[in-house]
Design a protein around this ligand. Structure first.
Ligand code: IPE
Ligand code: IPE
Ligand code: MG
Length: 241
């Protein structure tokens, strides 16, 4: 990276193309998911090297529950195994680990493993690794809207106050990403050019980079290239510069 390049505080990745990676090699889809874990490790290293403070990964969407049970089960087990296998290295490297999403849908054993790792790493502050699991943007906005409304409606003059409310930041506190800055950069691999229900609220002004490689082939150089691309973008937020 160039010395004067702008480093995004929060980089988010839609890790796509595991199935295609496997199919191209005549293998089962799940072998692509397995291989994809290596890219996670590589990107985490690259993010630390670059000085990124938050690396978030879209690992499993609410819609992904509708995939064949064997694939879903494999992905959940892979998540569990990866947490167990990486625990030591994450701690050694000062990584705070969190899972965000509709966690109630995860099986209790995985929920416990996640909670344990989140707890153990809570004071690490070199980088935050956020895994979005059972997540969708619409689900997030919807659950936040309900909590936001309840907060008012439980008060006598609540309806009136809710009518007048227009503080977006107050609403954002109910999203699962409360306390996490909006992603500066969202990368999607596999050549697809869509958000697939990811960070719909938080990504309002994210820079988007689409990469043609499948996730298991995405390496350090690709990560740094995306940062360079980000660095050349002019973020205007609707204003005139
Ligand atoms: C991304 O790879 C991983 C998940 C969505 C869980 P895919 O499994 O979507 O791979 P493709 O898009 O079918 O190639
Ligand atoms: C998006 O990928 C979800 C994740 C990467 C976890 P999908 O493969 O599920 O998205 P679509 O079906 O191509 O939109
Ligand atoms: Mg896909």
């Amino acid at each position: 990276m160039e010395k004067d390049s702008k480093i995004p505080a929060h980089v988010s990745i839609i890790m796509d193309g595991n199935g295609r990676w496997a199919r191209e090699r005549g293998q089962e889809r799940v072998s692509g998911h397995k291989k994809g874990v290596e890219s996670v490790r590589t990107c985490l290293e690259a993010a630390v090297e670059a000085g990124v403070k938050y690396l978030s990964l879209y690992a499993f969407s609410e819609e992904n529950w509708d995939r064949p049970k064997t694939e879903v089960d494999f992905l959940m087990k892979l998540m569990f195994d990866s947490i167990s296998a990486e625990m030591e290295s994450l701690m050694k490297n000062g990584v705070r680990f969190r899972v965000l999403g509709n966690k109630a849908r995860l099986n209790p054993v995985l929920q416990d493993a996640v909670a344990g790792m989140e707890n153990m790493s809570r004071n690490n502050d070199r980088i935050e690794l956020i895994v979005f699991l059972s997540y969708s943007g619409r689900w997030d906005i919807f659950q936040a809207a309900k909590k936001f409304a309840y907060q008012y409606l439980s008060q006598p003059d609540g309806m009136e106050r809710l009518e007048k409310e227009n503080d977006f930041a107050a609403f954002s506190q109910f999203l699962v990403t409360d306390g996490v800055p909006d992603p500066d950069l969202i990368i999607r691999t596999s050549g697809e050019k869509r958000l697939s229900n990811y960070l719909l609220w938080q990504g309002a002004y994210s820079e988007l980079v689409f990469v043609d490689k499948n996730w298991p082939d995405f390496g350090k150089e690709d990560f740094f290239n995306a940062l360079s691309e980000y660095s050349s973008r002019d973020r205007r937020y609707g204003k005139v510069k």
